[in-house]
Write a protein that binds this ligand. Structure first.
Ligand SMILES: Nc1ncnc2c1ncn2[C@@H]1O[C@H](COP(=O)(O)OP(=O)(O)OP(=O)(O)O)[C@@H](O)[C@H]1O
Ligand SMILES: [Mg+2]
Length: 314
C-alpha cells in the first residue's frame, strides 16, 4: 500500500491534500535553488471526472457579440461532454464544483479582495506540471470554462505548448495561426489571431506554427511585448497559458517569467515529490504557485467517482 491509499476520508480539501503529499515539508527540505517565495501554497483536489450532459446551444446574443471578432469558432458541447470537460450552462457536477474552488483562489490572487492584495500580473496564470500527461491541458481548459461561466469574466486561453499543442484539437477547432506566428513576425497584431468562441467570455489564442526554436523565440524581448499587448487590449481579462511540462521542455521556465501565478498540476499517485521540487525550481521565475492534485480517486464533496482511469469507487 502506498501513502496515498492510506488517506483518511474526512477533512477539508486542503487538509486532505496535505495528507497525500507533504508539500510543505518538500519545500522546507528542498534544494537551495527551490523558489523561496513559493509559500503560501494552496492545494486543491481534482478527482478523475465523470461525463456530463451536453447543454443547450448559445443564445443569438452571444453569437452576435462573438462575431465582432476577426476569427470565430463554435465549440461543440457534446464533444466537451464526451471529453469529460465542463459543459457551459450544463448541470452542476462534481467537476464544476471542484473547479469553482480552484478558480476562486486564483481570481482572488488576480484581483485582490477580502484583505488579500492582488498579485502583480496575477491575471496571467500558467498551468504547468512536472511531466507529460499529468492533466495540464485538461485543467487549463476546465479552468477557462469555469471562469468564463461567470458573468463579467473574460478569459483568454493560450495554447503555450508550442511543440505539442492540443487545446484546439481538444475543443474541436481547426488549427490556425497563433502565438508563435506573432512572435516570428513583428508586423503581426497578436490580437487579430485571437479566436472568439460561442462560449460567452471565452477566447483562445492557438500555439501557431511549429518551430524547433520555441525557447529562443520565447526568450526574445518580443514575448513580453506580445503578452503586454494582450493584457492592454483587455486589462481585466484573465489569461491562462496551457504550458508544456516543466521537466520535459524548456519553454515552461521562460513562460513562468511572464506570469503572476502558476497552477501546478500534480498527478495523484504518479508525480513524485522530487519531480515536483525540480519542476518548481525551474519555474522559480513565478513567485505565486498553487498546487492542484489531479486524478484522485475520491471526491472532497463525498461523492463517489466511477472507475474512470481504473479507479474503483471505494
Ligand atoms: N481529472 C481528470 N479526469 C478525467 N480525465 C482526465 C483528468 N485529467 C486528465 N485527464 C485526461 O488525461 C489525458 C491527458 O491529460 P492532458 O492532455 O490534459 O495532459 P497534459 O499534462 O496536458 O499532457 P501533455 O504534457 O502531453 O500536454 C487527457 O485525455 C485528459 O482528458
Ligand atoms: Mg497538454
Amino acid at each position: 500500500m502506498n501513502k496515498h491509499s492510506s488517506i483518511k476520508s474526512s477533512g477539508s480539501l486542503l487538509e486532505r491534500a496535505s495528507e497525500l503529499y507533504d508539500f510543505g515539508a518538500a519545500f522546507r527540505n528542498g534544494p537551495d535553488n527551490a523558489p523561496e517565495q513559493v509559500a503560501p501554497i494552496a492545494e486543491s483536489i481534482m478527482p478523475a471526472a465523470e461525463p456530463v450532459v451536453p447543454a443547450a446551444t448559445p443564445t443569438p446574443a452571444v453569437k452576435a457579440a462573438s462575431q465582432q471578432h476577426s476569427t470565430f469558432a463554435a465549440i461543440d458541447r457534446a464533444r466537451l461532454a464526451s471529453s469529460n470537460l465542463i459543459v457551459p450552462d450544463g448541470p452542476v457536477t462534481g467537476l464544476s464544483e471542484e473547479f469553482r474552488i480552484v478558480k476562486r483562489q486564483l481570481l482572488l490572487a488576480a484581483r485582490g479582495g477580502k484583505g488579500v492584495d492582488a498579485v502583480p500580473h496575477g491575471e496571467r496564470i500558467l498551468v504547468c506540471s512536472a511531466n507529460p500527461d499529468e492533466g495540464k491541458t485538461y485543467c487549463a481548459i476546465n479552468l477557462a470554462l469555469s471562469m468564463a461561466s461567470e458573468k463579467d469574466n473574460r478569459v483568454l486561453l493560450i495554447d503555450a505548448d508550442f511543440a505539442k499543442p492540443s487545446v484546439l484539437k481538444t475543443l474541436g477547432i481547426e488549427n490556425r495561426a497563433g502565438f508563435m506566428d506573432a512572435l516570428a513576425d513583428s508586423s503581426c497584431d497578436v490580437e487579430s489571431l485571437v479566436i472568439a468562441t460561442d462560449i460567452e467570455g471565452l477566447s483562445i489564442l492557438p500555439a501557431g506554427s511549429q518551430t524547433n526554436q520555441d525557447t529562443e523565440y520565447l526568450a526574445a524581448s518580443r514575448t513580453a511585448d506580445i503578452i503586454d499587448q494582450l493584457t492592454r487590449h483587455d486589462p481585466s481579462r484573465i489569461i491562462i497559458f496551457d504550458s508544456p511540462p516543466a521537466l520535459a521542455a524548456s519553454p515552461a521556465s521562460v513562460l513562468a517569467l511572464h506570469v503572476g501565478q502558476t497552477l501546478m498540476v500534480v498527478h495523484a499517485d504518479v508525480t513524485t515529490d522530487s519531480a515536483l521540487r525540480d519542476a518548481l525550481s525551474l519555474l522559480s521565475g513565478c513567485e505565486h504557485v498553487q498546487l492542484l492534485l489531479n486524478r484522485t480517486k475520491f471526491s472532497p464533496t463525498g461523492r463517489k467517482f466511477g472507475n474512470y482511469y481504473g479507479y474503483g469507487a471505494s
